[in-house]
Design a binder for this molecule. Structure first.
Ligand code: ADP
Length: 408
């Protein structure tokens, strides 16, 4: 009996000792973790400054008068301001002058080439004395200036293109006026040169208005007042704009049945965009060939296609036709009153509407330009919704096969 009691007390005591031991161990572990955490905490101003500099979005580098980099952050290495503890040579040239006369200066340099989607093509910044009380150190603050440089290139390129393009009609107008004045006694010549003069002025005013809409489109981040638009209405309006030109060129303008879908956007811009594609299809097609417009809804996208059986576009030119002022054949574009801006406008209108434009073309067979726009879905306010079924559209491929058969 006493033995049993002794055994039970022994076991209980053992368990109590184990419990106390475990508790003490756990408390010790927690204390250690707390100490570690406290050790990692930012507690001094030096640490605060260190982290602020290391994580700064700007490149920062401090250099002494012997060109030794005494402090730099990761961004300075990313932008090529510091490489293997040496300051970029251009930055050092400026820093040397700053260390000499204490005057802050701007610095700009081309970093060493790096791989990436948008490589850094320019770094710009400021060099100044670290403190006026000690002229042994200079500090460089720099940022990636590539976007600004790219914009500047594009602006200069644009101005050069526009000046060049406007020079041609202005030159023609001045020549025509001169000739007209010389032929003032000959009514036939006056009429002939007068007509050409009118054509040139019309072309120039069209180019100016297209340039204005292009610059507005490029400047706009998004559409100011997008509306719910009926795709069939857009097709109808674009048709109305192009009917006369098609008749004059003997082109059969055809379209498929209505699709009943909506998109969000600016009606005038979308009609202009589609009319530009139809006008091109007419201008670059031989007489008596059809130009067709088809539409469809696939998933949440509205698709509008303009297909012609015209001269087509060579593969190497297919990307370039969307560039401002690019024409495959300058003379032909000029004869049709083209400005080389139509497809650039289409591309920008699509981008502003969250859509895309793509091209299929084969020289001698024809071209199909495809516009894809996000479908406007009905919301709780009961806005008119789209018919979701995909209508059968006269397929561009089928048209091309027919064209090939006709060619024999
Ligand atoms: P343009 O005012 O010269 O027609 P665009 O920007 O509308 O300018 O088109 C650029 C160029 O793309 C045209 O000059 C022409 O060479 C080519 N192009 C456009 N559409 C077609 C088409 N449907 N068929 C053949 N070539 C085309």
């Amino acid at each position: 009996m006493w033995m049993l009691i002794g055994l039970t007390v022994g076991i209980l005591l053992g368990m109590a000792v184990m419990w106390v031991y475990r508790r003490r161990m756990r408390a010790k572990r927690n204390q250690r973790a707390r100490q570690e955490l406290e050790g990692n905490r930012v507690s001094t101003v030096t640490q605060v400054l260190h982290f602020a500099i290391q994580s700064a979005p700007e490149a920062i580098a401090v250099v002494d008068h012997r060109q030794r980099v005494v402090l730099s952050n990761p961004r300075a290495h990313e932008l090529g301001l510091v490489h293997e503890r040496i300051l970029n040579p251009n930055a050092w040239t400026v820093a040397e002058r700053v260390l000499g006369d204490h005057e802050p200066r701007e610095v700009r340099f081309l970093p060493p080439p790096r791989r990436g989607n948008r490589p850094v093509i320019s770094v710009a910044g400021q060099v100044q004395l670290l403190t006026l009380m000690d002229d042994r150190y200079a500090v460089v603050y720099a940022t990636d200036d590539s976007e600004h440089v790219r914009m500047e290139f594009a602006r200069r390129d644009f101005v050069a293109n526009v000046s060049h393009e406007l020079k041609t009609p202005v030159g023609a107008i001045s020549l025509l006026v001169e000739t007209l004045m010389e032929a003032r006694d000959d009514p036939d010549s006056v009429e002939y040169f007068g007509k050409r003069l009118m054509n040139e002025t019309r072309r120039m005013s069209q180019m100016i208005s297209e340039l204005i809409s292009l610059s507005k489109l490029q400047g706009a981040e998004s559409l100011p007042d997008p509306e719910v638009l009926d795709v069939d209405d857009i097709v109808e309006c674009a048709f109305d704009r192009c009917r006369l030109a098609a008749e004059a060129a003997g082109i059969d303008l055809v379209r498929d049945s209505e699709v009943g879908a909506n998109v969000m956007g600016d009606k005038n811009l979308l009609v202009t965009c589609l009319a530009n594609l139809i006008t091109n299809a007419i201008n670059y097609s031989p007489e008596a060939t059809p130009v067709s417009v088809s539409r469809a809804v696939r998933d949440d996208t509205v698709i509008i296609r303009v297909t012609d059986r015209g001269i087509g576009i060579a593969p190497e030119d297919q990307k370039r036709v969307f560039e401002r002022f690019f024409r495959v054949d300058k003379a032909r574009s000029r004869n049709t009153g083209g400005t080389g801006l139509g497809l650039a406008i289409v591309k920008h209108v699509m981008a502003n509407h969250g859509g895309t434009v793509s091209l299929w073309s084969r020289p001698g067979t024809g071209s199909t330009f495809t516009l894809e726009l996000p479908l406007c879905v009905p919301d709780a306010t009961g806005m008119p919704g789209p018919r979701m079924e995909s209508p059968v559209i006269p397929d561009a491929k089928k048209l091309r096969e027919e064209a090939r058969e006709a060619e024999g």
